[in-house]
Design a protein around this ligand. Structure first.
Ligand code: NAP
Length: 324
């Protein structure tokens, strides 16, 4: 078995992909809900700007099968929601390029941004680069990545139709993606290091009561094992000792790592490398704002990300108005 993670699943690429190298009032780094909301507001305020949306438009939200708690939609596919946000931003006049920020510096009151293919100068920067899935670093995890190990059930579930899979983690991501997998797989193991799920109780109970699901409480993934074809099983550390479980797929949802590396010298980060915010979207650098999962704001939801993106662009607009 072989599969690849489709990071662009269902995503819309309109809105421009050619470099817009130059000088702007605002650069927005990121492509998820926080950046898209910041882009809508920046465009409507008439701020000269460019959005560096990198290679994963829509961010993590776009890789979520169903979002059930975004006001206005009792259930919507994550990619449908972020595609609608991007369409709205483009219609408002937002300018997007698919470039990844590599480094940032501040020179003479301007922020210089180097991407994988261009350079930008800006008065203000909104960091909305989100977070990437964390890894466990156990044997077999990277070896079988794309051959049974995945961080995206929404993308890869079809490869596991009528097969066995295991989800590791107990947060909202693990539970939501596990629920998505129950529609496809024949059996699903849920491996959690404690005996209580962190996820929203409504969904957690729905998952645990699903007849296809076997929970492995107080257990840790110790190793992913396989052969030339891909994953064949996992070894768990359980309260009863090591246990081998046959499985075709392993989906890891053990938290996230904020995408802050290119901004490390520009703003203060907290101990977990998230942007340390002040008054929700401010940072240690008065020319830099931050929004969404890249921050240490805590409550990581689409609804809070879009709120923070809007507030960040509004803060930039106020500062620009004061300069006039
Ligand atoms: P999370 O909430 O940090 O959960 C990570 C899970 O992985 C936890 O259950 C944690 O166990 C477990 N874990 C962490 N390190 C581990 C390790 N070394 N070994 C084994 N297990 C480990 O991450 P998330 O689920 O990706 O969610 C991130 C944020 O996005 C959260 O704020 C979440 O609420 C939000 N989110 C919201 C939605 C939504 O629709 N509302 C959907 C997805 C995500 P412990 O529980 O023991 O710490």
């Amino acid at each position: 078995m072989s599969f690849s993670v489709n990071i662009d699943a269902g995503l819309m690429n309109s809105g421009g992909t050619n470099s817009k190298t130059g000088s702007y009032q605002l650069v927005i780094a990121g492509g998820g809900p926080a950046a898209l909301s910041a882009a809508i507001y920046a465009a409507r305020y008439g701020i000269t700007h460019v959005v560096l949306e990198s290679w994963k438009p829509g961010g993590q939200a776009a890789l979520t099968a169903e979002i059930e708690n975004y006001p206005g939609f009792s259930s919507i596919a994550g990619s449908d929601l972020t595609n609608a946000m991007k369409k709205q931003a483009v219609e408002a006049g937002a300018v997007f390029v698919m470039e990844t920020v590599e480094s940032t510096t501040e020179i003479n009151g301007k922020i210089k941004i180097k991407t994988d293919s261009a350079e930008y100068t800006t008065d203000y920067l909104i960091i909305a680069t989100g977070a990437a899935p964390a890894t466990l670093g156990v044997p077999g995890e990277s070896k079988y990545y794309g051959r049974g190990v995945s961080f995206c059930a929404t993308c890869d579930a079809p490869f596991f139709r009528n097969k066995k899979a295991i989800v590791v983690g107990g947060g909202d991501s693990a539970v939501k993606e596990a629920l998505h997998l129950t529609h496809v797989v024949s059996e699903l193991g849920l491996v959690h290091r404690r005996d209580k799920l962190r996820a929203e109780p409504l969904l957690a109970n729905k998952l645990i009561n699903n007849e296809k699901v076997t929970p492995y409480w107080n257990s840790q993934l110790a190793e992913v094992v396989g052969d030339d074809q891909g994953v064949t099983g996992v070894i768990l550390n359980t309260p009863d000792g090591k246990k081998h479980i046959d499985t075709d797929g392993v989906f890891l949802y053990v938290g996230t790592v904020p995408a802050t590396e290119p901004f490390a010298g520009l703003v203060d980060l907290d101990a977990k490398k998230a942007v340390a915010t002040q008054n929700i979207v401010g940072t240690s650098n008065p020319r830099v704002f931050a929004a969404g999962d890249v921050t240490n704001n805590g409550f990581r939801q689409v609804v809070t990300a879009v709120s923070e993106g809007a507030r960040a662009s509004a803060a930039v607009f106020e500062l620009l108005e004061m300069q006039e």
